[in-house]
Write a protein that binds this ligand. Structure first.
Ligand SMILES: Nc1ncnc2c1ncn2[C@@H]1O[C@H](COP(=O)(O)OP(=O)(O)O)[C@@H](O)[C@H]1O
Ligand SMILES: [Mg+2]
Length: 263
C-alpha cells in the first residue's frame, strides 16, 4: 500500500507548517540559568488558527521567538514548512522573517516619527521591494484594516486600537503565510480587542496560519485550537471548537490515519 497524504488541511509535504520536536531553551546569564522551555513538541498545520496560552513567565514569548526564527532552540529541532531552521543561512532566515512571517507585538513596535504607511512599508523595504510598489502595497494593507483615511497619521496621532491595526497592516503587507502575534490585545480596550480579533479571524479565513499568544482566555476562545503551556512545557492541546467543514489535522491525527490505513 502506498502512503497517503492529507491534502485537505495541510500544504507542505511534511504535513505541518510548524513542527517543533522536543525543543528546549535555556537562557544563561553568568552562572544563572533559566529553563524557559523544557521539551516542547508542537505541530501546527497550514491554515490553522491557534492560541498559545499560559501564565506570565511560562515561556510563551520564548516559544514565539523560536517559531518566528528570531531565536533558536538550545536543544531539539524546529522545521518550518519542512525545512530545518538550524540549517538555514542568515539570508534565508531574513527572507523568512521579512516575507513569510508577519509579526504583531503587544507594544505595537511602530516607529513614532514615521507615518502609518511608512511604518507599514518597512518590511518590504527591508526585503528590497521597489519603492513604487511598496507605497501601493502599504495603502492596500491599511485599507484592509480600515485605516485608509489615516495613512499620513503618525502613531502618536492614533488610538491604541488604530496603532495595533497599523501593526497588523505591517504584518500582512508582504502577504505572509504565517501570522505570529504576541499578546496583540494586551494593551487594547474591549472594543479594540474585538476589532483586532475580527482582523485575525479574517486573515485565518483567507487561508493564513495564525498563531496568537495570549494569557487571556476570551482571546484564546476566538481561535480554533488552544495549546496551554506552564513552566515551559505543554500540558494541554485542545480544539477550541469544531471547525466548520474540515478537521484540524495535527501530525498525530495524520500519522494515526496512515497507521490505521483509513487515509
Ligand atoms: N533573554 C532572556 N534572558 C534570561 N531569561 C529570560 C529571557 N527571556 C525570557 N527569560 C525568562 O524565561 C522565562 C520565560 O519567559 P517568556 O518566554 O518571556 O514568558 P512569557 O512570554 O510566557 O511571559 C521567564 O522566567 C523569563 O524570565
Ligand atoms: Mg511574553
Amino acid at each position: 500500500m502506498t502512503a497517503t497524504t492529507d491534502t485537505t488541511a495541510t500544504a507542505s509535504p511534511a504535513g505541518a507548517v510548524i513542527k517543533l520536536i522536543d525543543v528546549s531553551k535555556t537562557y544563561r546569564s553568568g552562572s544563572l540559568e533559566v529553563a524557559a522551555l523544557r521539551g516542547v513538541s508542537v505541530s501546527i498545520a497550514a491554515g490553522e488558527y491557534v492560541a498559545i496560552t499560559g501564565p506570565s513567565g511560562s515561556g510563551k514569548s520564548t516559544l514565539m521567538h523560536i517559531i518566528g526564527c528570531l531565536d533558536v532552540p538550545t536543544t531539539g529541532s524546529y522545521r518550518l514548512a519542512g525545512q530545518d531552521v538550524s540549517q538555514m543561512s542568515e539570508a534565508e532566515l531574513a527572507e523568512v522573517r521579512n516575507r513569510r512571517i508577519g509579526f504583531v507585538f503587544q507594544q505595537f513596535n511602530l516607529l513614532p516619527s514615521m507615518s502609518a504607511w511608512r511604518n507599514v512599508e518597512l518590511p518590504l523595504a527591508y526585503a528590497g521591494v521597489p519603492r513604487a510598489h511598496r507605497r501601493d502595497a502599504a495603502m492596500e494593507a491599511l485599507e484592509r484594516v480600515g485605516l485608509g483615511d489615516r495613512v499620513e497619521h503618525r502613531p502618536g496621532e492614533l488610538s491604541g486600537g488604530q496603532q495595533q491595526r497599523v501593526a497588523v497592516a505591517r504584518a500582512l503587507v508582504g502577504d505572509p503565510a504565517l501570522i505570529l502575534a504576541d499578546e496583540p490585545t494586551g494593551n487594547l480596550d474591549t472594543a479594540s480587542t474585538r476589532d483586532a480579533l475580527r482582523l485575525f479571524g479574517e486573515l485565518h479565513d483567507a487561508g493564513r496560519t495564525v498563531v496568537l499568544i495570549t494569557h487571556e482566555a476570551d482571546v484564546a476562545a476566538a481561535t480554533k485550537r488552544t495549546i496551554r503551556i506552564r513552566d515551559g512545557a505543554v500540558y494541554d492541546d485542545t480544539a477550541t471548537r469544531p471547525p466548520p467543514s474540515r478537521p484540524v489535522a495535527t501530525m498525530d491525527s495524520i500519522v494515526a490515519r496512515h497507521v490505521s490505513g483509513a487515509g
